[in-house]
Ligand binder design. Structure first.
Ligand SMILES: [Zn+2]
Ligand SMILES: [Zn+2]
Length: 165
């Protein structure tokens, strides 16, 4: 994992804040220890899915991950976030960020992702500015790698063997 790449991504995301500050509906999230906090806008158009790929299972230490895609993630305290964010770069070039203090899994970006675009772990959201919830994952992806001890047959969501078609 490279400190340089980590800084690059942290500042790329922080730079978004200049165009997205101000009032308006937003959602806040944080890691387990609270040293990393972020804000997200425009959740309404956010694609959300449960991912069963092996990398997500290992990274989260759980049966699957649930990520939302956004271009509006900003770190609330940029310096504090920079201090605690650690980036893991997988062999396929994808980058995953986590808190080096508490281990919370926070973000994912594939190797060919647009620099301003990121996926964030939906379960780290705390609350909406107006108390509303619009977190509604609408698919299971990479079901080919699903653990055998989890049954997802009856939740009514589409199941993709790999990514969304
Ligand atoms: Zn933490
Ligand atoms: Zn995955």
């Amino acid at each position: 994992m490279s400190q340089e790449e980590e800084k690059e991504r942290t500042s790329a995301l922080a730079d978004l804040s200049s165009s997205t500050t101000g009032s308006g509906r937003h959602w806040k999230g944080s890691c387990l220890c609270g040293k990393i906090r972020y804000r997200v806008k425009s959740l309404a158009s956010t694609k959300m899915a449960h991912c069963h790929c092996t990398d997500c299972r290992k990274f989260h230490g759980s049966a699957f991950s649930t990520f939302g895609e956004t271009t509006t993630l900003e770190w609330i305290d940029r310096d504090e976030a920079r201090k605690h964010l650690q980036t893991y770069v997988a062999t396929n070039g994808s980058k995953r960020q986590f808190c080096r203090n508490c281990g919370s899994s926070l973000t994912f970006a594939s190797s060919n992702a647009d620099p301003g675009y990121i996926e964030f772990a939906l379960a780290t959201l705390d609350e909406a500015s107006d108390g509303s919830t619009v977190v509604e994952p609408d698919a299971h992806v990479f079901v080919d790698s699903k653990v055998p001890w989890l049954n997802i047959d009856n939740d009514g969501l589409p199941k993709h063997a790999r990514g969304r078609a």
